[in-house]
Design a protein around this ligand. Structure first.
Ligand code: KG4
Ligand code: ZN
Length: 354
């Protein structure tokens, strides 16, 4: 009998519920995004996020069940993210899972959000073709999101070693801040990607890459500050409200913004690709797995596929950003290896992996 897992994700600003069979078959994936609510602030406002999760949770749950075509009573395991993330946001998802587990009499699994991002790659592939068989362990995983830029060695299901991490801004945070500097919208990653289209960034000299000597750690605060200085030098920031908005001026601004966005994107992508490949080499990985919102980035996907001689596994973009299906997929493997969680499980905003 196939095991059906309901996965709930509320670690940040998406209220997400997914249903997955046997950790691989996606039956439904509903994501209620709060992007428009937070956009005016240029970032996620924790209090606003937690309030909105309360409103969106039940409708998302209803829709995920309806889309999956199965009844709540047919769910075998209920799972939710319990960290890392925003405390006020995590509470809604975990408590919903507890209530469902209690009322259905079914087990509950607590999932680490970062581990969930890794398991999105099990969902993305066909039934017979999953990373533990092809290409096999160990896998070099790059998890890059709004809060994390981690290089994690996955030696088997549930066996992780953190071998690199950002020492300051996460890659997604850097994209979001860069977008703000360039007067683009929120979240910044997709905006930078869009503005970069048709540009190669070579109108300006390359922004600095922080190689941090031979560690596998990252630093993205320098490139962000360098972009700010470049934008100021070019008179782009904070913008000249007095300037007459002629078509000619607007075209110039669009071109300059596009070039700066592309220049920034190249800098961040290059460091992530080089470090992920170096990690795979050092630890003799058999494949590279990408996960997290930033890995939806088209240039990153293109560049790592071009540069790697190892198999590269990246979920489709909708499964890179936060979703409930990845939580359900991950929970299946945790349940399978006998991990148990009591109903007294607490959230852990700083939950580590490996
Ligand atoms: O994994 P995620 O959805 O949420 C967190 O766990 O943080 O990641 C969100 C981050 C945001 O910073 C967003 O700007 C970035 O992922 N992002 C992207 C792209 N799509 C989302 N960054 C670069 N390129 C993209 N296409
Ligand atoms: Zn995430």
């Amino acid at each position: 009998m196939a095991l059906k897992v309901l996965g709930i994700e509320t670690s940040c600003d998406e209220t997400a519920v997914g249903v997955v069979e046997d950790g691989r078959r996606l039956l439904s994936n509903v994501v209620s995004s709060q992007v428009e609510l937070h956009a005016p602030y240029g970032g996620v406002v924790p209090e606003v996020a937690s309030r909105q999760h309360i409103r969106d949770m039940a409708p998302a749950l209803d829709k995920a069940l309806a889309d999956s075509g199965i009844d709540l009573s047919d769910i075998d395991v209920v799972a939710a993210t319990y960290g890392p993330g925003l405390a006020g946001s995590l509470i809604t998802g975990l408590n919903t899972a507890k209530a469902l587990s209690l009322s259905l009499g079914k087990p509950m699994v607590g999932v680490n959000h970062l581990e969930g991002h890794i398991y999105a790659s099990w969902l993305a592939r066909g039934d017979e073709d999953h990373p533990e068989e092809s290409p096999g362990f160990p896998l070099a995983c790059l998890v890059a999101s709004g809060g994390h830029t981690d290089l994690i060695l996955m030696e088997g299901h549930g066996v992780y070693r953190l071998v690199g991490r950002t020492r300051d801004d996460a890659a997604g945070e850097a994209f979001d801040k860069a977008a703000r500097i360039l007067g683009l919208g929120f979240p910044g990653g997709p905006e930078i990607q869009k503005a970069s289209q048709g540009h190669d960034g070579t109108e300006f000299s390359p922004l600095p890459r922080a190689w941090m000597r031979d560690t596998l750690d990252f630093s993205f605060s320098g490139v962000k500050t360098a972009l700010l200085h470049l934008a100021q030098r070019e008179g782009l920031y904070p913008g000249d409200p007095e300037a007459e908005k002629t078509t000619e001026l607007q075209e110039k601004v669009d071109r300059v913004v596009g070039e700066m966005a592309a220049n920034f994107q190249e800098a961040v992508v290059e460091v992530m690709v080089v470090k992920a490949l170096e990690m795979a080499r050092r630890y003799k990985a058999r494949g590279i797995v990408l996960g997290g919102g930033v890995t939806a980035n088209a240039r990153l996907r293109e560049e790592i596929n071009r540069a790697s001689t190892l198999p590269v596994i990246i979920p489709p973009p909708v499964l890179c950003t936060d979703n409930g299906a990845m939580i359900a997929a991950c929970a299946y493997f945790q349940f399978d290896r006998g991990e148990e969680f009591g109903l007294d499980l607490d959230i852990d905003p700083a939950l580590p992996l490996g």
